[in-house]
Every structure is written in C-alpha cells, then in structure tokens.
Design a protein around this ligand. Structure first.
Ligand code: BDP
Length: 716
C-alpha cells in the first residue's frame, strides 16, 4: 500500500515536472544574440511559408549575396524547421532578392519601384509584396548586394518581431562604426565582457568562427566599419605582421559590408625607429606615413582609415612639435587620400600636464578645435564624444556639435564604464535618443545633434563572454547603437521592443514588461549615481562606485570635488558667465536658456549652476531635499527593476533568468552603496539634517571612504 502510494506520487511529480519543462522555454546562453531564429508557432509559420516557398537570386551569387542566402537558410531553417531550397526561376510565392543589375526590369521606366529604389542609395533596401514577371513574390530589392543583405536581415527581423514588412529604409550616415578599445594582448580597456574577441596571437592563420558571427550581428544592424584596436594604441599594430592579421579579419568581414580601420599611435614611426622625429611637417615623417598607407592598402584594399587620439591623457601628438591637431590630421589624411581612406581625429583632448591646468575641462575640446575649423583636409572628420566631459551617466551634448563646418562624428560609449559596467542594467537607447534629439539651436527653427553628424561611432562592449556583452541586457546596447546609427530618428522604445522580441520571443507578456524595465533603467542609474547634473564623482581609475570625496589627485580635473564643488554654501559647477562660462561655447539661444537656473532643465542643473542648498526646486522642495529624493528614487527603482524581473520568471528560460537576477540583485546593492555614500558625504559638507523620512546611511562616511576595489575590471 505504502509502496503504491509513493509510486503514484512519483508518477504525479514526474508528470508535473514534464509539463513544467514542456512549457518553460529551453535554456539559452545568449550566444545567438538577436539572431536566434527559434521556431515560430504554427500559424506564423504558415504565413512565412507563403512568403518564401522558394528563394530566388537572379544572377551569380557574390560573397555578400551568399551571406544573405546563408542567413536565410539559417533563419528560415530555425523559424520554420526547414528552409526552402534556392531556386533559379521566379514563381508564385518566391522570396526574390534583386538589384536592378540582377533583374533589369526593376530599372525599366514601367517599374513602379524604379524611383523608390533610386532614392535608397547604395545601402538602402525595400521589402514589398508585389508581382514580378506575372508572379506574386516577396521582393527584397536594393541597388547593391550589400543592400540585399541588409534587406534580408530586415525581413528576418520583421518575422522575428511579428511586425509587418518594413516598406523601405536607407541609412542617413555613411559611417557607422564600432570602436574596439582592444589591446594587442587581448585585454580590453573599459571592457567588462571577457577578453578581446580578436585573437591576435592566433591570427592570421586561425580565424575564429566568432568573427563571422560578429560580422553577421553587425551587418544585421547596418554597422559598416570597425576599428580593431584601442585608441590608446601601440606602434606594433602598424607593423607588417599585424597588418596581415588585420587583413585576415578584413577578409571575414568584407562580405558583410564591414570595413576595417585601425587606431594609429601618433609617434609610431619614431618609436619603431624608422624616423628621427614624429613632427607632421617633417618630409621624412610624411614619406613614412605615405609608405605605410601604401603598404596597408596592398594588403587590405578597402581599408577604412585611422582613428587617432593625440595629445590627450599622455598620448603623443603633433602638439609635441608645436604643430596643431589640423597639421597632424592633415598629414595622415594626405597619406590615406589616394586610397580613399579617412582620418577620424578625436576631439577628446584635454590639457597636457602643466598647461591650462585650472581651466574648466568641459571647455577644452571646443577651445582646441573651434579655432582650427576650416583647416582640415576633406577626408578628416573630428570625432566628438556625446558630452564634453567623459561618457557620464548623463551629459548635455558637446558644444562642438553644430559649431563646426568640418565633418563631425559622434562617439558614444556602448560599454558602460560609468554606468555600472556589465552588472547594472542600463539601457542606453534612451541616452542615445536624448543626445541625438537634443536641439543645438545652431540654426533658425532648431537643429538636432543628429542633423549635425557625418558619421557615428560606438565604443564596443563586445568580448569573449559567451553572451558577447557581459550580460544579456547589455546586448541591447550594442543593438540599439546599431539601429540608431542606421536611423537617428529611431525611438529608443521601439528599438527596445524589437530587441526584446528578438531576444526573448515575441510574446507581449514578456516584451511589454521588459521594455518597461529597459526604459526605466538608465534614469535609475542616473538617480543613484549622479542626479541633477552631477558628474564624475566615481571611484578613481576604475570608475566603480561612489567617491565624491576624492580631492588629492595629481590634476585638479581628475578629482570629483572639482566637478561637484559642494561646500557649506551649496553645490554644482558654475558654467555661466559668472563661472567658467562654458555656456558661451553653445549657440546664443541655448546659452541664454541655460544661463538661468529657472530655465535650465533640472536634469542639468548642477552641470551649469552652483546653487545654495536651500534653492527652491520646481517640486517645491529645497535643492538639498531634492538631491536626497533622487538618491532615494534611484534605490527604490533599482529594487523595482529586480522585482519586475522576478515576476517574469515563469516566462524566461532558467539560465538567462538566473544570470540576470543575480545582476539585478547586485545592482540593488550598488544602488544602496551609491545612495548611502553620497548622502553621507554631501551631508558632511552641507551640514544639513536629513529631512523626516529620509533614512540615514547604514555606515559612517569613513567606512565608505575606506572601501577599495583594486581588482575592478576594465582598468587595464
Ligand atoms: C576615458 C576612459 C579612458 C579612455 C579615454 C578616451 O576612462 O580609458 O582612454 O576616455 O576616450 O573615458 O580616450
């Protein structure tokens, strides 16, 4: 009796377990990114099948169209269980990939698509249910093979998100790049996702499968260039063995429309002992770079060009020879121009040791580059970080946007150096949108930052971690960067919804709550780290954790106290005419609005103003009470992010659920640390009591000051 009862119980438990595992999604490790192609449900399968009974590519396959065909095999194989075979004849229900060169009738005056296609440029595509040669087809059309590849990814994305076919799309910017801050020894500066994916030692002979998957992921977003190595570069990267290694990577990326670029160290020829100086006006130096460019293009015929960090944070540069940034950039530009290469010269420069010390760091990029405007060669772009300090959780846009005639590239940081590495959740789509849509007021009627750009770069968050980005949600930042590099008008929320559907499945019970979390996440981090326009109050060097008290570093503008300027009288950096007057670098209308604290958006208040603690905020609270309220909100929202995720447990596969749950738990602790340490410190300087209801920090200020993080990652 007892035996049969327990047998019955066991049978019941077994059935329950089997039912549970049949409904819970299978575990995933994140390697497939947003290109997962998990099986669709039966009805969706039927409708996709009807659009792709056969796959037809008129004309011969090229490496790029082969990549498109391979992706369709993989994609439809996963989504439908079986991919249709490639066919040579157009028939009803064909998925037809065509350019005017492959299907001349697209070019005929009678074709309704002709004009539409012509407007899409080299990289655009259109997707259409239409009739071709009397057959009903799904058409992916473009002017080039790379357009077909982009169109293929768009079609697969539409299927994965359950969206209706996109009509047509073309990028606004020609240059859409990732910047890897990867070192030749495979460490990654500000990298939080393992080692560099570039295995320099094994290259050029061994080309990891990851390189192909990296190319697929980037091409699916329309990223068309990648700088392989750190802006803090080494001379060796321009020697023959490394050029051969870069060429091997370029070979893998080429079919996917991705060009390879390198970071060049200014003093390379001198350090390699091949010249006696690195003066850009020296004929010997000019000849060396010309030879070097010729050598690179022999090996990598479509090499993109150089990015250069010069005379910044100890890097050598033309100013070492009393030459200007323009002299330096133009010398490299001349070497690359015959090959159609470009120079992306970074504007992230701040005074070398000994000079300009004491000048507002936020002003220095503009002060250096504005006077040089008009002096740069046509194939030079100035690459400008989104804000004037350094990738803070929130910064106003850099005053160089809209101020130069010289073409300007945007530099965003996808890796979260200042936003909690890869442990804290912070979806950066909202930050990208905020910056791209900010009005520079440099033209009548307004001009957004997006409208001032000629290119866009994102500092990569990619590494050897199985999930590529360190955490599943950090994949969304790579994704959002790529989608917004293609289309600066894309909305962060739509991009989040797309990513969530592709990454976790197009089930609204999952997508809607995940999008909500993502949309809240960056503001949460801003609130518990640097609310109301505070900035650069992180730990020294590694930038982890709060350290608003630090006041003893070599340069004043490395110290948090320099940036927050908190004292008995108040808090904030006065950048109005009464202070550093950084505001004068912006358009007059912008400067006027931001000169008055009353008309300055409160999210930037302490960036531009030094105000007394009892300054009245829009909420009616004092500045002191408001600051505390923001820290409290940051902590509460970090806890809420965790709870929202926990509620999703039944709908997420166990592996990804757990990996993220652990991070969100850690984020709550990080938020608490920030909140408590900042309140303890700011209270010590303001001397004010905590208003009723505000919880005292758990420990003394001394305790927070005593914390050290010697092995924090990303600090090479
Ligand atoms: C800072 C980073 C540093 C970079 C530098 C740069 O802390 O690692 O080298 O920017 O962009 O944010 O050059």
């Amino acid at each position: 009796m007892r035996f049969s009862l327990s047998a019955a119980l066991a049978a019941l438990l077994f059935t329950l377990a089997a039912t549970a595992s049949a409904t819970a999604p299978p575990n995933e490790d994140g390697y497939d990114l947003w290109l997962r192609y998990r099986p669709l449900d039966k009805s969706a399968q039927a409708s996709v099948q009807a659009q792709a009974r056969s796959i037809v590519l008129p004309g011969a396959a090229t490496p790029t169209t082969q990549a498109a065909l391979d992706e369709l095999q993989k994609g439809l194989g996963g989504l439908l269980g079986r991919a249709p075979a490639p066919a040579t004849r157009i028939a009803d229900g064909a998925l037809l990939l065509a350019t005017p060169a492959r299907l001349p009738e697209l070019n005929s005056n009678a074709s309704p698509l002709r004009a539409e296609l012509a407007a899409l440029g080299n990289e655009g595509y259109l997707l259409r249910q239409t009739r071709v040669q009397g057959y009903n087809v799904t058409l992916i059309a473009a002017n080039s093979d790379i357009g077909l590849l982009y169109g293929t990814y768009a079609w697969l994305r539409d299927i994965g998100t359950g969206a209706k076919l996109e009509a047509s799309s073309a990028p606004t910017l020609q240059l859409r790049l990732l910047n890897h801050w990867d070192n030749l020894n495979r460490t990654v500066e500000r990298g939080y996702s393992g080692q560099s994916i570039w295995d320099w030692w094994a290259l050029p002979d061994i080309k990891d499968q990851r390189y192909t998957d990296y190319a697929r992921a980037n091409a699916s977003l329309g990223i068309n260039g990648t700088v392989l190595n750190n802006v803090n570069s080494k001379p060796e990267v321009l020697t023959a063995p490394f050029i051969a290694k870069a060429a091997a990577i370029a070979d893998v990326l080429r079919p996917y429309g991705i060009k390879v670029y390198l970071s060049a160290r200014w003093s390379t020829p001198l350090e390699l002992k091949e010249t006696s100086t690195a003066d850009p006006l020296s004929p010997e130096v000019q000849a060396w770079w010309k030879r070097k460019a010729d050598e690179i293009y022999k090996t990598i015929p479509d090499f993109g060009g150089f990015v250069v960090k010069a005379n910044s944070e100890g890097q050598p540069g033309p100013q070492d020879y009393h030459r200007t940034h323009a002299d330096g950039a133009n010398m490299l530009a001349a070497a690359l121009a015959p090959h159609k290469g470009i120079v992306m010269w970074r504007a992230f420069v701040y005074a070398p040791k000994g000079t300009h010390i004491g000048e507002d760091r936020a002003k220095q990029g503009f002060d250096e580059f504005k006077p040089l405007d008009g002096q740069f060669a046509p194939n030079v772009l100035v690459q400008v970080k989104n804000g004037a300090i350094d990738f803070q959780p929130r910064e106003p846009f850099h005053p160089l946007f809209g101020a130069l005639k010289t073409p300007v590239m945007m530099e965003f940081q996808i890796t979260k150096e200042y936003l909690g590495f890869s442990t804290d959740m912070a979806y950066l789509g909202t930050m990208f949108e905020e910056t791209l849509q900010a009005d520079t007021m440099t033209a009548a009627g307004g001009r957004t930052v997006a409208k001032t750009l000629s290119g866009i770069a994102g500092v990569s968050n990619i590494g050897t971690d199985r999930n590529w980005a360190g955490s599943h949600f950090d994949q969304a930042n790579w994704y959002a960067f790529g989608r917004m590099a293609w289309n600066q008008q894309a909305k962060a929320k739509d991009v989040a919804a797309e990513w969530a559907a592709l990454t976790f499945g197009a089930d609204q019970r999952v997508v809607a709550p995940i999008v909500k979390m993502m949309m809240e996440s960056r503001e949460t981090v801003v609130n518990y780290m640097t609310p109301l326009g505070l900035h650069h109050i992180m730990g020294t060097g590694h930038h982890h954790g709060p350290a608003p008290w630090v006041d003893n570093l070599e340069r004043p503008d490395w110290n948090p106290v320099y940036y927050h300027r908190a004292g008995r009288d108040g808090i904030g950096f006065d950048r109005t005419a009464k202070g550093s007057n950084a505001l004068a670098q912006y358009a007059p209308e912008f400067a006027r609005q931001y000169s008055d604290p009353k008309t300055t958006p409160e999210q930037f208040l302490l960036w531009f103003h030094h105000l007394p603690w009892d300054y009245k905020m829009r909420s009616g609270r004092t500045l002191w009470a408001e600051l505390l309220a923001h820290y409290d909100k940051g902590l509460a929202d970090a806890r809420s992010l965790h709870d929202q995720w926990v509620a999703l447990k039944p709908l997420i596969d166990a592996r990804r659920y757990t990996e993220e749950e652990q991070r969100l738990t850690r984020q709550m602790a990080n938020a608490l640390l920030w909140r408590d340490a900042c309140i303890a410190y700011f209270q010590s300087v303001s001397g004010l009591p905590l208003p009723a209801g505000v919880k005292a920090p758990a420990h003394s200020l001394e305790y927070y000051k005593s914390l050290t993080f010697p092995y924090a990652p990303g600090h090479w």
